[in-house]
Write a protein that binds this ligand. Structure first.
Ligand code: HEM
Length: 207
């Protein structure tokens, strides 16, 4: 679960960095250039198959972990510890993950699916993804769904980032504070940068 989680964190870095080109506010020239490379080159297209496999494995591993945890303790605790024993978000990873999955299904239907079906699912001509963003992010409910998806992602990462690195052994006293600070910074900066995209299109900051 830690390894697929770190793999998905790496994907988020690439995705947010490429999408941040929209903030150049150059009518989508820079962003479409990058998106064209990702959509027309065989290497990122093959990595994309690994990405979908990574999401699938992460979900299956999460479900297995949840079932294992539940089967170990069939009866609840006599005294609920609340946030003293663990934080609410670390106990809600399944729920937060489900919200992200719902967001992803909507998100894929907005961009990835129309683009790939236009290409005939091979290396054909792509749609103008910047124009597509401008159109999609005109609807208020869509912007709200995206912002909620980004908030779910932020809380999922607050626990997931630190937990994944601790699982692979980055957990001694010397590095723990640094790891925690990096995890929290990542969990705020990346979802915030993502959320600013639909908001900026909706408010007309990006033309
Ligand atoms: C909120 C701002 C976001 C915007 C504007 C955005 C935009 C896009 C666009 C334009 C594509 C299509 C790329 C293509 O067809 O080549 C895409 C694909 C994708 N996005 Fe996002 N995205 C956002 C957030 C996210 C988040 C938070 C996640 C994950 C939790 C995510 C996961 C994906 C996945 C899995 C794909 C398909 C894989 C791929 O094309 O490589 N996106 N996104």
């Amino acid at each position: 679960m830690a390894l697929t989680g770190i793999f998905l964190i790496l994907f988020l870095i690439v995705h947010v960095a490429l999408n941040a080109c929209v903030f150049a506010n150059d009518g989508g020239v820079m962003f479409n250039h990058g998106a064209h490379f990702m959509g027309s080159n065989i290497v990122p297209r093959l990595l994309e198959i690994g990405l979908f496999l990574g999401f699938f494995l992460h979900i299956i591993q999460g479900l297995m972990l949840e079932f294992q945890n539940r089967s170990k303790r069939k009866k609840g605790y006599a005294v609920p510890m609340g946030n003293k024993g663990s934080k609410w978000y670390s106990r809600s990873m399944g729920l937060l993950g489900t919200l992200i999955l719902i967001f992803l299904v909507i998100h894929i239907s907005h961009f990835w699916y129309p683009n790939r079906s236009h290409q005939g699912f091979v290396l054909g001509e792509e749609i103008n993804l910047y124009e597509r963003m401008q159109t999609v992010f005109q609807k208020e409910w869509v912007v709200i769904v995206y912002v909620l998806g980004c908030i779910s992602l932020a809380w999922h990462l607050v626990h997931g980032f630190e937990s994944a690195f601790r699982t692979i052994g980055v957990s001694n006293k010397k590095y723990l504070l640094m790891l925690r600070a990096t995890g929290i910074a990542f969990s705020i900066i990346v979802p915030l940068a993502f959320a600013m995209m639909p908001v900026s299109f909706y408010l007309g900051w990006l033309k």
